[in-house]
Design a binder for this molecule. Structure first.
Ligand code: SF4
Length: 174
């Protein structure tokens, strides 16, 4: 980690996200095109949540998380995030600094699960071998399709922001 502690890297990421929010949040949230892609993303996140709940996956995660071995939300995952993805969480109304409930787990793991809505590819896509073993091929297929839509709509949001920002900053500079 280039000599930086996990907390200082995380602080940089969150500070960067808050800076993005201060600079762009208001304008972005009044851009209709952006609100459309953000809405698509939020719907896809809800679809994944429904699929996970219907297959009792989050219940199994909670049981595992409360066992001595703990959950798969490892501390280092928090710094796999970048400022842009944390910024998207701020746009969705998440209090990204509310985490750190479990000292030996990911900063974003709150008392009742992940406090983020826009999550990293790993967090959305990873299924442990125990969970995979109890799902049928059809259930896994349905789940991966749902997860795939979440990942795709999330990348649409980030892409839209990237393009919008170039235009926005260009307008400011001109
Ligand atoms: S799901 Fe949330 S709490 Fe778990 S590793 Fe990912 S960001 Fe951290």
């Amino acid at each position: 980690m280039n000599g930086k502690s996990l907390s200082s890297e995380l602080k940089e990421i969150i500070t960067g996200a808050k800076r993005l929010y201060a600079n762009y949040g208001k304008d972005l949230l009044s851009d209709l095109g952006f609100m459309k892609v953000l809405d698509d993303y939020e719907k896809a996140i809800e679809d994944t949540a429904r699929a996970m709940t219907s297959l009792s996956i989050w219940k199994m995660c909670a049981i595992c998380g409360n066992s001595p071995k703990g959950s798969c939300c490892a501390p280092e995952v928090a710094i796999w995030y970048d400022a842009e993805l944390v910024f998207v969480n701020l746009l969705m109304g998440c209090d990204v600094e509310k985490g750190q409930f479990y000292k030996d787990h990911c900063f974003f793991l709150g008392k009742n699960g992940c406090i983020l809505k826009a999550r990293h590819y790993y967090c959305v896509h990873y299924l442990c071998p125990e969970i995979k073993a109890i799902l049928s091929a059809a259930e896994l297929d349905m789940l991966y399709r749902t997860i795939g839509r979440e990942i795709l709509t999330g990348s649409n949001v980030l892409h839209y922001f990237e393009q919008w920002r170039k235009h926005h900053d260009g307008v400011i500079v001109a």
